[in-house]
Design a protein around this ligand. Structure first.
Ligand SMILES: [Zn+2]
Length: 260
C-alpha cells in the first residue's frame, strides 16, 4: 500500500518520527507522499523524503496563503528540482475555515496550478466548501493531480473525475456520521482513479479496533481506509491496495526512473 498523504513534519511526530515511519513499513506501506503546506514544511518534507527514501510535495496550503512571500513560486520551483519532489502542493481553496482571505487563496492556488502545468508535474489539491471556485480555477488550466481528502457531493465528484483528477480518500470514509455522503459516493469512483491517504496525524479512522489510546493518526493505520473502501465497493482488500498503488505510481512516480 502507498499512503498518498502524510503530514510527517507535524510537531505531533516530533518525539517518534522515525518509529512512525518504521511502523508504516512494518505494516506494508511501501511508499508515502510527505506533504508540504508552506515553504519551511516543504523543505522539511523533502529532507525527510531523502532520509527515508520517500517522496514529497512542495507548495503552499490555502490556510498559509496569506503568509506566502512574494517569491514563493521561485522557491517552490527550486524545491521541485529535487527528484524526491513529485507534486506541487498542498495547494487549493478552503472556504470552510477561511484562514486566509479568499482572493489571496485563489491567487496563490492559481500561481501553483500555472507552475504545475508549466513543469508538467501533478498538483496535490485541497478543496473544502469551495467547489464552484475550484471549478473555475481548474478550467483555466490543464493539470493532472489528485483532489486530496475528497469530501464533496456527487456533482463535485463528477466534475473532478471528468477533469481527469485522481480522488484521494482518507479515514473520513470510516466515519458513519460525518462521512455518510462520502460513503455513498465511493462506488462511483472507478478503481483506476482512487488514491488512499491517511492525512496523518489528522483524521484517525473511527473503525480501528482496538481503539488506539491517542487521537493521533499515523500511516500504519492506512489499512482501515482500504478495508472500508473495499467494503463499500463490494470488493476485496487486495484489489483496492493494488489499484491505488498502481494509480499512485502512474501519477507521481512516472518520471522517477528517468531521473535516477
Ligand atoms: Zn488538505
Amino acid at each position: 500500500m502507498i499512503d498518498a498523504g502524510v503530514n510527517l513534519t507535524s510537531s505531533q511526530f516530533d518525539k517518534d518520527r522515525a518509529d512512525v515511519v518504521a511502523r508504516a513499513k512494518a505494516n506494508h506501506i511501501s511508499n508515502m507522499l510527505l506533504i508540504g503546506c508552506d515553504l519551511p514544511s516543504s523543505e522539511q518534507s523533502l529532507a525527510l523524503a531523502n532520509t527515508h527514501q520517500l517522496v514529497s510535495t512542495a507548495g503552499i496550503h490555502p490556510h498559509d496563503a496569506k503568509d506566502a512571500p512574494d517569491d514563493f513560486i521561485a522557491q517552490i520551483t527550486h524545491l521541485a528540482k529535487s527528484p524526491q519532489v513529485v507534486a506541487i502542493g498542498e495547494c487549493g481553496l478552503d472556504f470552510n475555515r477561511d484562514f486566509s482571505p479568499r482572493d489571496i487563496q485563489a491567487h496563490v492556488c492559481n500561481e501553483q496550478f500555472k507552475l504545475a502545468q508549466q513543469l508538467d508535474m501533478p498538483a496535490y489539491i485541497h478543496e473544502r466548501d469551495a467547489h464552484e471556485h475550484m471549478k473555475t480555477l481548474l478550467s483555466d488550466h490543464q493539470i493532472k493531480g489528485v483532489l486530496h481528502c475528497f469530501t464533496g457531493d456527487k456533482q463535485a465528484l463528477k466534475f473532478y473525475l471528468d477533469y481527469g483528477l485522481m480522488i484521494g480518500i482518507t479515514g473520513w470514509v470510516c466515519d458513519e456520521r460525518r462521512g455518510q455522503q462520502l460513503r455513498e459516493l465511493i462506488p462511483y469512483i472507478p478503481n483506476d482513479r482512487l488514491l488512499i491517504e491517511t492525512d496523518a496525524p489528522y483524521l484517525l479512522p473511527r473503525t480501528l479496533s482496538p481503539k488506539p489510546k491517542s487521537r493521533r493518526n499515523e500511516p500504519a493505520y492506512l489499512l482501515a481506509v482500504v478495508t472500508q473502501i473495499a467494503e463499500l465497493k463490494s470488493t476485496d482488500f487486495d484489489t483496492i491496495a493494488m489499484h491505488s498503488s498502481a494509480n499512485f505510481n502512474a501519477l507521481f512516480m512516472a518520471n522517477q526512473s528517468s531521473i535516477s
